[in-house]
Ligand binder design. Structure first.
Ligand code: GLU
Length: 285
């Protein structure tokens, strides 16, 4: 019996730690175009799990900018700050599998001991706390030492075996390709830390499943993270969407646009008289 494939559901998932710029506009327009090409729909998720960097006024501004661009979504906006118990439950599932361990290392200790880097160029965690004795773990937890919980990636990979995911590209309608995930190149990633019940990696896989996302469209700069996402999907029993990585919009200096580098926001452009059509033309969509 042939199974009907689900209606394509895509998403745009910005973090509200600043105003949107042309790079975000490209990603959002790309996602809505891709949804239309696939005969599906696109949803909005506000990734405001990082309480220190996220601001409600930026979330409101993102929604305003997207509406100005002519984009809309058929379901209420999902906000990560409303979903903490779901991330905690996923963390507990991994803990019950014996795959999370407490790590007490500071950034500088990791940098001093690490002899390699992860795909983003950060010092690869050397595994210092992986084999801490239970007594020491309990003593330090009870003492309230700053702690983060890491995924034992080698142990997780033993459960997972060979891990693959489906990618399409450069267009979302291109033929699917099987790709192999290599989570080990990230080392034991942090999935929970005090004050934030989930890292980006954990919350994103939980939310993609909760929103029924069938196609993840995101910038090429986030391609390597898929290694961790498919591992978590396998461990948590979540479906794995199809992945499509789009090009990045670069500034005049050839670097990716970024708030931190002072890239002009859509609001700045609008104040200078730009129209949504000017934005589309500028990003080529
Ligand atoms: N929230 C992430 C960001 O703004 C993107 C999330 C994703 O596409 O998975 O960089």
């Amino acid at each position: 019996m042939s199974q009907k494939s689900p209606r394509p559901i895509l998403r745009f998932a910005p973090s509200p730690n600043g105003r949107l710029h042309l790079g975000h506009a490209y990603s959002a327009l790309y996602t809505w175009n891709a949804a239309a090409l696939l005969g599906g729909t696109a949803l909005l998720r506000i990734e405001d799990i990082d309480a220190e960097r996220s601001k409600p006024e930026f979330a409101a501004a993102i929604i305003e900018d997207l509406h100005w661009l002519g984009l809309d979504w058929s379901e209420p906006v999902m906000r990560q700050s409303d979903r903490l118990e779901h991330y905690a439950a996923a963390g507990n599932q991994l803990r019950d599998l014996g795959l999370l361990y407490p790590c007490f290392c500071s950034r500088s200790e990791i940098a001093a001991r690490s002899d390699n880097t992860d795909p983003e160029g950060a010092p690869l965690y050397p595994g210092t706390c992986r084999h801490l004795g239970r007594d020491i773990q309990i003593e330090r937890l009870e003492r309230g030492d700053p702690v983060q919980f890491r995924l034992d990636v080698a142990k997780a990979m033993q459960r997972a075996g060979m891990l693959t995911f489906t990618a399409v590209g450069p267009l979302v309608t291109d033929r699917p390709q099987v790709r192999y995930a290599r989570p080990e190149r990230w080392g034991d990633v942090v999935l929970q830390r005090k004050g934030t019940p989930a890292s980006y990696h954990l919350s994103v896989v939980v939310d993609d499943a909760a929103q029924g996302i069938t196609h993840v469209t995101r910038g090429r700069d986030m391609e390597a993270g898929t290694d961790i996402h498919v591992l978590l999907q396998m461990l948590l029993g979540l479906p794995s969407p199809i992945y499509n990585f789009h090009k990045l919009i670069l500034g005049d200096d050839g670097k990716k646009l970024a708030k931190s580098r002072g890239s002009e926001s859509l609001a700045d452009l609008r104040a200078r008289g730009w129209t949504p059509e000017d934005v589309r033309r500028a990003v080529g969509l």
